[in-house]
Ligand binder design. Sequence first.
Ligand SMILES: [Zn+2]
Length: 313
Amino acid sequence: MMNGVLAEYSTLMTRAQYVKQPISPLIARQCLRMDGVLRKGYLKGTPLYPECCRPGTTVAGSCGHQSHRRFPQVYTEARKQLLVAKPDVVRAVDKLGEQVVTCLLDNFWMRLKDSGSHAASNPLGISLWDLLLACELADPTAHDETFDIPDKTLHAVHLICDRFGIVDKQACTDQIEMARGLCHGPHKVITGDQQELSKSNLLAFFCRVYGENYGADNGANTEHGMAQWKELPIYAQFVKAVFSIMISSAVVEALFNKYIFTKNLFRSSMLDRTAASILSTQELEDLIGNVKKPFVAFFELRSVALTDKLNWT
Ligand SMILES: [Zn+2]
């Protein structure tokens, strides 16, 4: 039972630390994914017990329950064997699973959504989660054209703009929306290939739609990329900024510390290191290149960054 819970958590942590290509726009979704998988596997529906439905029957509703819990495979087998001989043990382990997962998710979201105690440096109360949602906007396929950016996410976008010298914030949010319109809705121009590329490697996707050498002063880019994307130069800057945010290790640090120091020993110092201060690091520069440089800088990366493919679900 615990293996299943920890496996999901460790999948998220492993993904958050992925360094072969920029993944900061993907982490918000990965957090939601873990939340969904754990809820579905350990909290949703009623566990099936011998007195609930006839042994061997799993037809939902025959006992009046709305739905039966679909435990993860790793626990299902052991549980099935024990269910007849020791239903009380099974009941207790099911309960424990609920408690562990409830506690883990509560803590997880509390950490991510905590805006810290530094009102002076973080007057808008931006949390790591707000920042992750802002980063997600650097994936133009993440939301459809009807999506409204929540206020706090918008504040986090502005924080990124401030940090990375994007002066026209309104243009930045406008172009975030326009970029989304290139991927969804009546004016979409994204091709199936590009869509696929965006799922496996956002960096490679942007290099394709903006073209190689995009942003270079010498006009080397004129023959490459698509005009519709190149009309969104501030969006390109925003994407480069997001790609260079050291968000993933911040997530790992924030969450791991919570579990290592269960007595909140490091809590206050961690809280002060939330969203605002994370943006003051630019340690990824050696991986990504300087965000003020054109996309060409990305080619200075280990060459794997452009050919790497993700298959995360
Ligand atoms: Zn039932």
